[in-house]
Write a protein that binds this ligand. Sequence first.
Ligand SMILES: [Zn+2]
Length: 294
Amino acid sequence: VLAPYRGCQELLEACSSLASRGAAVEEIGRTERGRPLLAVRVSPRPPESGEASTAVLSGIHPLEWIGVEAHLALLERLLAEPPGREVLCIPLVNPDGIARVEEHRRAGRRRFVRHNARGVDLNRNFPTAWGERALVARLVPWVYRAGTGPASEPEIRSVVTRLAGCRIDRALSLHSFGGAVLFPFAHRLRSSPRAAEHRAWARALARRAGGYRPVQCSRWVPGATAGGLELDWFHEAHGALSLLVECARGRLRFARARDLFDPFHWFNPVDPAPVAARVADAVLPFVRGEDLPK
Ligand SMILES: [Zn+2]
């Protein structure tokens, strides 16, 4: 039913199995439903304190399975040729949500799922500009529920706590869909002080991904400025160069006509492998801490 995609348990096992290939796999916390939150660390050697690291997140929004597949493809590349810096990857930030989508798919139900098990949009729960919302979010408050406070959710608390002592100077989050490379700010319309550097990187990734669009997050969808995103949290709390890739260009193709009404197929391409490979290749220099590609 799920193929060519993988379900929650299979994805968690894929993460765990990377320990046998030289990655350090740690449980950084548990979800509301008791599922493990796994961090996969690729490092050339035991990291020294104060050394700069890259952080990569995916699987924040339950329907966006292609982001997780792209993340695992990226990990394959990092393990094949280890980076000169620590790369800390959390491929499934919302395993409860992904498992919920999986249940729906196995039962043949076409449902829109955006939250964790407590009904919170985890990408509104990060501590930067938490609770700020613009017009669109006020019109549909049940879609973008931000939680009861900054990092109120176990998943985000675990991520924030794990990364607290790290010096993250590059951060990437993989979502879908729309074929865009987004950069800060998400919570305000004005440009970030490091907009030029962000725009240059976003352009490079967008080109390498194959016709993606580089754009400041708050200007992507008019009226959709929002606080509590990982994008701004990495930028403001860590001072990182922070990018968010919306995998898969919006040119929707469906294997069957009835898939048109299935939200899963809006967010995920029919065949994940080529899209995952292309995104992984596109983001690799950024993640490895290399200079801006020509
Ligand atoms: Zn998303």
